[in-house]
Design a protein around this ligand. Structure first.
Ligand code: ADP
Length: 166
């Protein structure tokens, strides 16, 4: 068994926001390897394809700080299955509010149960400066042509503009 601490940070990342990036940077310092995993659920309609979301994540995390190794993947199915495949013992999730906690807690407990205690969830509280950001808000503002610079990085803003003009 690997002695490295391995974690997975799953999410839709449709698209990656400054809030996600902040969580990635902090989680990197906690684990030797952090797998950022794009949920490619065919039943969920996304603005960006899973490949586009992965490309944006790769590009926008390139300049991030943090010591752990970053890996990227996309997956269908259950996070617990992906964690087993990757050898991850931890799931990382960001918490913006009590509403996030209310939906995340049952998932964390279920995942732990399904993995027979071999998988725990680490919650990182969002920073005050980014806790209001969500991908859905970003998509809405982009569609209306609003300012996005405090919510996403320049590369994501450009990708959003291209999507709206295509
Ligand atoms: P999901 O559909 O799985 O919730 P998201 O891409 O919306 O996918 O979010 C992935 C994870 O990132 C979740 O744990 C979510 O709470 C967290 N997250 C989203 N936005 C922020 C933010 N602004 N600050 C901190 N964590 C965030």
């Amino acid at each position: 068994m690997s002695t490295e601490s391995i974690a997975v940070y799953p999410g839709s990342f449709d698209p990656v926001t400054r809030g996600h990036l902040e969580i990635i940077e902090r989680a990197r310092d906690l684990f030797d390897v952090l797998h950022v995993a794009v949920v490619a659920n065919p039943s969920k309609e996304c603005l960006f394809s899973s490949d586009e979301r992965l490309d944006l994540l790769r590009a926008e995390t390139a300049a991030l700080g943090g010591s752990g190794k970053l890996e990227f993947t996309s997956f269908e199915g259950l996070t617990v299955q992906l964690a087993g495949k990757l050898g991850a013992r931890w799931i990382v999730r960001g918490l913006r509010s009590g509403a996030d906690l209310a939906s995340e807690l049952p998932m964390a407990l279920t995942n732990r149960e399904c993995a027979e205690g071999e998988l725990d969830t680490v919650f990182l509280p969002a920073s005050p400066g980014t806790s209001f950001i969500s991908s859905s808000l970003v998509r809405e503002i982009a569609a209306a042509g609003g300012r996005l610079d405090s919510l996403v990085t320049g590369g994501v803003e450009e990708a959003l503009r291209k999507k709206s003009s295509s």
